[in-house]
Design a protein around this ligand. Sequence first.
Ligand code: NAP
Length: 504
Amino acid sequence: MNWIIDHGDLTDWIMRHSDLMGWIINLSGLAAAFLLIYGLKQMSSPVTARRGVVLAGWGMLVVVLASFLYAFGVEADAKAHLTINLSLAVAALVLGLGWAWWTGRTVAITAMPQMVALYNGMGGGAAAAIAAVELFGGRGGDSVALVVTLLGALIGSVSLSGSIVAWAKLDGRIQKPWRYRGQKFVNAIVFLGLIGVGAGVVAATGGAILGAIFFVGALALGVMITGPIGGADMPVVISLYNALTGLAVALDGYTLQNPALMIAGMVVGSAGTLLTLLMAKAMNRSVSNVLFSNFGDVAVEQQGSIKGRLKPVEATDAAVAMRYAGSVIIVPGYGLAAAQAQQKLYEFVKLLQAAGVDVKFAIHPVAGRMPGHMDVLLAEAGVPYDLIYELDDINDDFKSADVSLVIGANDVVNPAARTDKTSPVYGMPILNVDQTRQVYVIKRGAGRGYAGVENELFYKDNCNMVYGDAKTVLERMIEAVRGLGDSGDESSHSSPAGMKEAVA
Ligand code: NAP
């Protein structure tokens, strides 16, 4: 490494041109900010999302590479440690890149929320680590800078430990919420205690012992806040921690006077906040309800009040009815991801299309277990984007469609959301599947959805259940349609009457 710093024409030239280095760093920050913001914008549509991810990735690369240029401007007494510090930074980069590359390639689509939780926790941890270096390195600065650093430390630490608990819950390593009487009161006391310790750190301008107590307390608070929240609410919690991590990074950016960190942190913070609010809105809940209400663990017994009966049919019969339908709307849900049946689904759809059936996909904003879960799943199977519709764009089409096929979805098609004020899903916007002439629901049995409530759709006259694992059922449906031969004859479908005969 010595040649970089101590010897060589290039190094000398660079050292003599530290202004130029500063200029390059600032320009890189600006370019990275543009790439991150533009990338994020591109992610708002499935058509451009992939490009958006790549652009944002380039933005990150620019920032990471530019941060090495700071090495050329270090103070004289820090130069002795430069070689070891640069080596550590490179080692961390190699390890991080290798791990991210491997996990990104091998992660199952159903395990995505866990991975996001871990990555998010690391972001919070990094923000807390920067704050720790500032506090314990004795460079706390004035009281304003100390308060900002402490805020970054608090938020980053809470995000780190909270995200780890969220990961453990999503991964099934923690099965039950941790609850006890007076828990919220204890949490509030710990929070107030942390503010007191923080005030002590500011008064003592960075006391090491107080600083250590502050970090331990903040990490404990993350565990204490996340512990009692039901496992099913973890995606919203992760999104909230993601927003908080962004805020912590932005605060660190202020402490370090690093515009790139500030911009990246603010982008993550605002995007995470919007996502959290959108998810909460799509579930008709407030963020405080998610954090403090223990939702998702309470199974509401209301089956007795539902009229009608469940009417199972064979996969073959449902497939034949769809083959002779004019239009079919498919509603995917969490069960499709759990069964990894997306490829089979698209195979089935292509057979229907070849027979002249108009097929569309309807995606509820919180179908599955994380935002965009279904879009990613369908994109993975190669489903063209123009077949995929969002709730607002397709909800009026259900009443004119011949068949709705619900695959492993439950809460997002529960009509009780419109009518039953006692239901936990009341007020949640749902896909109007029940308005379709004929509905088929693929699920394995009597399992409830995330909200833990029975679904009255399944008991309606126009609804039939096709029981089985989504992949197995779709395989049977594919066989059934293939068995009918490749007619492609337009007159053999598209008539609701014909379809009804097939259903009968
Ligand atoms: P859901 O309500 O959880 O229902 C999933 C259904 O899939 C279950 O009823 C289950 O019934 C069935 N299933 C499971 N494995 C299956 C398999 N292998 N084959 C066939 N069926 C299978 O799912 P959803 O309708 O997608 O709704 C998502 C829920 O998650 C909403 O309540 C939403 O608020 C919540 N949530 C979503 C997000 C998000 O960002 N997307 C975030 C937080 C919370 P069986 O056991 O009988 O098969």
